[in-house]
Design a protein around this ligand. Structure first.
Ligand SMILES: [Zn+2]
Length: 113
């Protein structure tokens, strides 16, 4: 499961940020996760708990905002939310879709002491 390696990179990144901020304790971290990023929030949450256990990051709360999947149609230029992974234009039925959002994994904010 690749969430474990994502959790590890996340923990490394958070340590760097905390060092820069001169913080000692991480309270929470808010992530933005695209629906198409292939990340399972529960698995990431579990992975984060595992990699931070008995470390300076232990007990930090992981908050995940799921970013909906949005696409733009190449035929009519319309933008719409993609539901149920149906890659078809909601306006004209075109099948040439560019992804606008939904693949991100980003740290939005961290709360520290
Ligand atoms: Zn269209």
């Amino acid at each position: 499961m690749h969430e474990m390696s994502i959790a590890q990179s996340l923990a490394d990144l958070l340590r760097e940020e905390m060092e820069k901020a001169g913080a000692r304790k991480l309270r929470s971290v808010r992530l933005e996760i695209g629906r198409m990023s292939a990340i399972v929030p529960d698995a990431l949450s579990f992975g984060f708990e595992v990699v931070t256990a008995d470390t300076d990051l232990e007990g930090a709360e992981l908050i995940m905002d799921i970013v909906p999947l949005r696409g733009a149609c190449r035929e009519c230029g319309g933008e719409f939310e993609i539901e149920d992974y149906v890659f078809e234009c909601a306006l004209c039925g075109g099948r040439e879709i560019d992804m606008l959002s939904g693949q991100e994994l980003a740290v939005k904010e961290i709360t520290v002491d």
